[in-house]
Write a protein of this length. Structure first.
Length: 160
């Protein structure tokens, strides 16, 4: 686990001061999610203790939310591919796909930071996505973190 959070590490190169919080949140999401799901088994990725959303859903959902919010910020409508991805957010994850799901989140974070620093066209000032990104992709999202911990504990207890 990192000793400091992204906002404590200073400004993200190339990102305007007003958008630093958005860049920090996105980069923290990528780092924290990796820490939370590290070592999960396929069963744990898909576990839904007491009916809550699985860790697999949470990671896919964060990726999708970031993608959709930046699409809206560009004034665009969602594409057929985005609607298809939305429908798959809750589908079971096979262990061999875990790395690809995490890589998808990482790539989407990189693209979002690039949009915020002006390397991508058409996102405007990016301020319209700051609140929704923070709400939907909070790196310490209690439900996502709790679900990951709960599935580990539940499976340990079942094995005893």
């Amino acid at each position: 686990m990192a000793e400091t959070e992204w906002w404590q590490r200073g400004p993200v190169d190339g990102v305007p001061a007003v958008l630093q919080p958005v860049a920090h949140i996105l980069l923290q999401v990528r780092e924290s999610v990796g820490e939370v799901v590290e070592g999960l088994t396929e069963e744990q990725w898909n576990a839904r203790p007491e009916g809550v959303a699985s860790p697999a859903f949470h990671v896919r959902h964060m990726t999708g939310v970031i993608d959709r919010l930046f699409t809206y910020a560009r004034g665009q409508a969602l594409s057929a591919e985005q609607f298809a991805a939305l429908k798959l957010e809750g589908s079971p994850l096979v262990a061999t796909d875990a790395a690809a799901v995490l890589d998808g989140l990482s790539r989407r974070v990189d693209a979002a930071v690039a949009e915020g620093d002006g390397r991508a066209e058409g996102v405007g000032d990016g301020l319209g996505v700051a609140g929704p990104v923070a709400d939907h992709a909070d790196p310490v999202d209690p439900q996502q973190r709790s679900t990951a911990v709960a599935v580990r504990v539940e499976l340990l207890l079942q094995r005893q």
